[in-house]
Write a new protein. Structure first.
Length: 131
């Protein structure tokens, strides 16, 4: 599995024609990068993006299948998506089963958009063990 990750590490796609996407025109030999942070916070796609609305992901939703890409999409998506989702569910469930979580009152995360959204100063939580 680790070797397969290396296959797609640098998987350029070259085009031999002009491609038009909305009002942007990509020309031949251009490197085109997608900002997932910008995609996931685009008000044309996600009105009020800071608030979670489960109806966005409900069957029959009008959202395009590639409007939300936490693991990329298409044939070059993350091969570890299913494993990562299952591992996160187990980790969150076990944590919530054993602890009460509260945000640190003074150490508020400062988001910095990169390929993945990160915090400049970390994410600090108070944990109180449940009985």
């Amino acid at each position: 599995m680790c070797l397969l990750e290396l296959v797609t590490w640098k998987s350029d796609i070259t085009i031999e024609r002009v491609v038009e996407v909305t009002d942007i025109e990509a020309k031949m030999k251009w490197a085109v990068l997608l900002s997932f942070y910008a995609l996931h916070h685009n008000p044309k796609i996600w009105p009020n993006a800071e608030v979670f609305d489960p109806s966005w992901f409900a069957p029959g939703s009008s959202q395009h299948s590639h409007a939300f890409l936490p693991f990329s999409g298409g044939s070059r998506n993350c091969i570890g998506k299913t494993f990562a989702m299952n591992e996160m569910k187990v980790a969150v469930a076990l944590t919530l089963l054993r602890f009460e979580l509260a945000p640190h009152p003074f150490k508020v995360p400062v988001p910095t958009p990169r390929i993945m959204l990160m915090s400049k100063n970390g994410i600090h939580l108070h944990l109180r063990k449940l009985l």
